[in-house]
Design a protein around this ligand. Sequence first.
Ligand code: ATP
Length: 364
Amino acid sequence: MAAIVLRNIKKSFAAVSVLHGIDLAIHDREFVVFIGPSGCGKTTLLRLIAGLESPTSGQIIIDNEDVTNLPPAARGVAKVFQSYALYPHMTVYENMAFGLKMQGWRKKHLIQERVQEVARILQLESLLTRKPRELSGGQRQRVAIGRAIVRNPKVFLFDEPLSNLDASLRAQMRLELANLKAQLQATMIYVTHDQVEAMTLADRIVVMRDGMIEQVGTPLEVYNQPANQFVAGFMGSPPMNFLAGIVVKTSQNDVGLQLPSGLCIPLPALNIAMGEIITLGIRPEALSVSNDAPTLHPEAISFTGKILHIEHLGAESYVHLRINEQTLIVRTSLHPHVGETLTVTTALAKCHFFNYEGNACSGF
Ligand code: ATP
């Protein structure tokens, strides 16, 4: 059992405050991904859990034990970092056996059994006599993971473990990690910049910004119900489209969101004041191309604009549509042409709304 609880963790380096009070409960055997912009404090938080840094204040509990002041070796955690940190003069076998020896394993045949077992899981059996320089990037990363696994830790900490690999190896290792997750049944914390890794590997995603947690949720919760405009804009590629408007009373005496393009969108919300600035968010895939005239259906919104630019990705394209002073990105399997006029439609139910502070508006 290795649930992890972080209580009001703060961390400063000299006068610079990096983490401003992190509260988080990670369940036993959960795979949690920390994601956020560069410098938001993901690695620092991971290093605090590992015991490589001490928090300025707050508590770290692993498996019901307060480990805040324990050294790394006493925490039952294993780390796999971006730089594989393998010992260059040791073979793959020796690299993996080393951690066991450091843990006090003395019986050679037991060490051999354990290393062989892990080598089998990671398909490293044929590479055990090689030195790290004789391995590919993916193989080195597997050895680094193997070195962590042999010790049978309660918690695995991964810091961008795949970022040195090329795209196809990353995809392969991602699958291998997903399999490992099922086999190892350990608690895992994984830091990444990569949204695909976060979405595909995580049981829950922790989105961070500037030393704070913006949202914790399953991948689909974070994607479909972002807590605020930051999370909405950060998760998703291409990013969500944002159009700011002003809340007005429509001619039918309903509440509407008046966009600079002149379009007024019906707002089904009750608790918003006239004149308030609200930002409409629409994911590129929520817009579908229709060459009909702009629809007046109350549950749908249409935008018509000129195509400025198209990014062709083969199976689909990202179309940049100019609507007055704003640009909408539309994800489509159609292949229109630059300069054409295009009408795109979305259902009101697929729209997100954010208030002036950037928080998601409820009640829509
Ligand atoms: P990245 O995604 O770029 O790796 P990150 O989210 O992991 O970034 P951290 O590495 O945790 O961010 O760094 C958070 C902030 O803390 C940064 O502004 C960084 O400069 C600062 N920082 C980290 N370690 C130290 C240190 N030892 N001394 C001073 N400042 C530090």
